[in-house]
Ligand binder design. Structure first.
Ligand code: FAD
Length: 188
C-alpha cells in the first residue's frame, strides 16, 4: 500500500454565517462529512478556514487520498482549487485524527505576522509556508471541543438540561407532596 500527502488551497463560495460553537455552520457540515468519510478511509489531516479561504492537508493510502480529492474538487462550496503538495510519503505523520479543524487562530495570526502576510491566502503560500501550516495543524489541539460538538450532532444526542441531582430532588419532593396529601386526606 503506497502512502501519499496532498495539500490544496481554495476559496469558499458561500457567504460566511455567524460562528456557532466556534465553527462557521457551512464548515461544520463539511467537517461532519469529512470526519465520517476520512475515518472510514483512514485519512488523516486538517482543514483551515479563514478569510473565506480553505487550506486542507490530507495524508493516507494513495487511492483513498485521490478518490477523496476527486470528490472535493467537484464540490460547489468552494472554487479555484489549487494543488500545493501532491507527493508520496514513507510513513504517516499524524496520529489519531480523521480531520483536525483549526479556525484562524492566534497561532495562525502569529504565523501570518511572522511571514509578513496581511491575510490568509494559502494559494500564494511558498513551499516553506505550506510546511509551516501543516506543522500548525499537526501541533494544534484546538479542535477537541469541536469534535465533541460534531459527535453530538452526528449521534443526535441532546445536551442534558437537568442534572441527575436535580432530577432526584424533584422525585423526592414529589413523593413528599403526595405523602403530605395522603396524610392530610386521612385526617379529614
Ligand atoms: P453525501 O452523503 O453526498 O453528503 C454529505 C452531506 O454534505 C450531506 O448532508 C449534504 O447535504 C452535504 N453536501 C454535499 N455536497 C454539498 C454541496 N455541494 N453543497 C451543500 N451541501 C453539500 N469530504 C471528505 O470525504 N473528506 C474531506 O476531507 C473533505 N474535505 C472537504 C473540504 C472542503 C473545503 C470542502 C468544500 C469539501 C470537503 N469534503 C470532504 C466534502 C466533499 O466535497 C464531498 O461533499 C463529500 O466527500 C461527499 O461525501 P458523501 O458522498 O459521503 O456525502
Amino acid at each position: 500500500m503506497s502512502l501519499m500527502r496532498l495539500a490544496y488551497a481554495s476559496e469558499a463560495t458561500f457567504q460566511a454565517k455567524p460562528v456557532e460553537k466556534g465553527v462557521e455552520p457551512h464548515v461544520a457540515r463539511i467537517l461532519m462529512t469529512s470526519r465520517k468519510n476520512n475515518a472510514r478511509d483512514q485519512l488523516v489531516g486538517g482543514l483551515y478556514y479563514g478569510d473565506n479561504r480553505f487550506f486542507q492537508y490530507l495524508e493516507g493510502d494513495e487511492s483513498a487520498v485521490r478518490e477523496t480529492y476527486g470528490r472535493i474538487l467537484k464540490d460547489e462550496r468552494h472554487r479555484n482549487v489549487i494543488t500545493l503538495i501532491e507527493e508520496p510519503i514513507s510513513e504517516r505523520t499524524f496520529s489519531n485524527w480523521s480531520m483536525k479543524y483549526v479556525p484562524l487562530s492566534k497561532d495562525v495570526r502569529q504565523f501570518l505576522d511572522a511571514e509578513g502576510l496581511q491575510s490568509f491566502d494559502p494559494a500564494n503560500f511558498t513551499a516553506d509556508q505550506c510546511e509551516k501550516m501543516i506543522a500548525l495543524i499537526r501541533n494544534s489541539s484546538q479542535d477537541q471541543k469541536l469534535v465533541n460538538y460534531d459527535d453530538d450532532r452526528a449521534t443526535g444526542a441532546k445536551p442534558e438540561v437537568m442534572s441527575g441531582g436535580l432530577k432526584a430532588g424533584i422525585v423526592v419532593a414529589g413523593i413528599c407532596v403526595i405523602g403530605a396529601l395522603l396524610f392530610a386526606g386521612s385526617m379529614l
